[in-house]
Design a protein around this ligand. Structure first.
Ligand code: NAD
Length: 479
């Protein structure tokens, strides 16, 4: 069975169930595939992605006006480097990892065997529709699982190219795509997958976890949150402003790890705002409406939500120092907001768009308090050259990622784990941890020769007790 590129893969619940059964019947065949076989498929996918790069770029432009360069940087490159990294290490990852033990294990071989979980469901969001579908899907396949992908309903053109590429590399009993709206997701979530890898919002993540509990499926939840950018006293504002503007306005702020708000010392607030505005103008030449480097908000409904956040803050006394406008239905101007309070909606939910609140504070202690009064963020960006300041923030806060003097870059490293903490997510992927996350980590013990352990079986005589007492005293441990 092959995936049919170009046609919509909408299915009713019966068809979805049939597809699931087909993959269920094939799960041990995929598990038994060798590292070489999986690598061959990954390399084929890489070749196709490179060959059809322009088509992928055009699809994202059609879906939400994303610039081809941004697609190359933030969608294609991470997937290609993930494939390279996995191909380099997969053989080693798939080998059992030996574990040594105490005297009791003399004569045995103990190891952790990384075996596939079986059938994996990947649910992906619209904001990086190529990367966030391909990355977990290829990770799950590399770990020997069959995969059904449910991409976002808001990116139909990207879904078409995903179906085309996947159809050229996999059969549907290995990897399949089910398109559709929330109903399709719900029908999939009713099935007994072994693992659900979900990327999306925290409220939907909770629904996914509840559904997974019915079958006790494993879950990886890659969610969002309010990721702060913190500028310490010692750091050059010019450099920080430039890096924050890039991290915030790439993909028009629709990035799970985008700096959500900035914390800066009161005395440096005005200088920072000036530099941020300068950088926005430099990057986008103040031509936001027609600027092809600056993408749209995914739907008019999402754009309206951003306008409502601005209106709420304005009505409570916030100052819009730059931007604030919506052009047409879905091109939103980069917007800088000051004088905010924590009861404004914009400070209570993930912004997920090009609005940047600047919060002025008195001390590092105040910054930590603000961060810790909110849910754990997915990422934290600290700008400092001071070791003490770095240690202070790292020791007193919790987040999925912690990036110093940079924004977003940590996500691009194929070997550096990625995931949230608390409400920003459960589970990790990227690199070996991604492979491990989607594997059944099976403990294996093999007795190689008999050490007469059976001597200690009941009845527990005094003599046996004395020997065990001696062993514990002599070795302090037996295991
Ligand atoms: P979303 O939660 O609305 O949708 C994600 C997926 O879930 C889509 O495929 C959608 O069809 C499906 N879905 C929506 N409602 C559902 C329901 N009731 N039941 C079952 N499935 C449902 O998220 P989104 O708007 O596509 O993406 C934005 C969110 O994703 C933001 O919060 C962002 O921070 C987060 N995100 C996180 C990461 C990460 O890696 N941690 C990456 C990108 C986006």
């Amino acid at each position: 069975m092959k995936l049919n590129g170009g046609e919509k893969n909408n299915m009713n619940p019966d068809q979805i169930n049939q597809l699931f059964q087909v993959q269920r019947n094939n799960r041990y065949q995929v598990r038994r595939s060798s590292a070489a076989h999986r690598i061959e498929k990954l390399k084929k996918m890489k070749g196709l992605i490179l060959k059809k790069k322009s088509k992928i770029e055009a699809a994202l432009t059609a879906d939400f006006g994303k610039s081809p360069v941004e697609t190359e940087l933030t969608e294609i490159m991470p997937v290609i480097s993930m494939i390279n990294y996995t191909c380099k290490h997969l053989k080693k990852w798939m080998k059992p990892h030996k574990v040594s033990g105490g005297p009791l294990f003399f004569g045995t071989k103990c190891m952790v065997s990384y075996e596939s979980k079986g059938n994996v469901l990947v649910i992906s969001p619209w904001n990086y529709p190529f990367q966030l579908a391909m990355y977990p899907l290829l990770t799950a396949y590399s770990a020997g699982n069959t995969v059904i992908l449910k991409p976002s309903e808001f990116t139909p053109e990207t879904n078409k190219i995903l179906i085309e590429l996947l159809g050229e590399v996999f059969t549907t009993d290995e990897v399949a795509v089910v398109e559709g709206e929330v109903e399709a997701s719900q029908a999939l979530l009713d099935l007994a997958f072994d693992h659900i890898f979900f990327t999306g919002s925290t409220p939907v993540g909770k629904i996914v976890m509840e559904k997974a509990s019915k079958h006790l499926a494993g879950v990886s939840l890659e969610l969002g949150g309010k990721s702060p950018a913190i500028i310490a006293k010692d750091f050059d504002l010019k450099v920080a402003a430039q890096r924050i503007v890039w991290g915030k306005f790439v993909n028009s702020g629709q990035t799970c790890v985008a700096p959500d708000y900035v914390l800066v010392e009161k005395s440096r607030e005005e200088e920072l705002v000036k530099l941020i505005v300068e950088n926005i103008k430099l990057f986008y030449n103040e031509q936001f409406e027609m600027n092809q480097d600056y993408c749209q908000i995914i739907t008019p409904r999402h754009a309206k939500r951003l306008q409502e956040l601005i209106a709420d803050s304005k009505s409570r006394g916030a100052k819009i120092v730059f931007g604030g406008h919506l052009f047409g239905n879905n091109k939103h101007e980069p917007t800088i907001i000051q004088n905010l309070d924590f009861n404004h909606k914009i400070m209570q939910e993930e912004i997920f768009g090009p609005l940047l609140p600047i919060i002025a504070v008195d001390s590092n202690k105040d910054m930590v308090k603000i961060i810790n009064d909110m849910d754990n963020p997915l990422a934290m960006y600290l700008f400092t050259n001071s070791k003490e300041v770095l240690e202070y923030f790292q020791a007193n806060t919790t987040s999925g990622g912690f990036s110093v003097n940079e924004t977003l870059l940590h996500v691009g490293h194929s070997g550096l784990i990625f995931g949230g903490a608390g409400k920003s997510g459960i589970g990790r992927y990227h690199g070996f941890e991604g492979f491990a996350e989607l594997s059944n980590q099976r403990s294996v013990l093999i007795r190689k020769f008999d050490t007469k352990m059976s001597y200690f079986y009941p009845p527990y005589t005094d003599k046996k007790k004395k020997i065990i007492d001696f062993l514990i005293e002599k070795f302090h441990y037996l295991f």
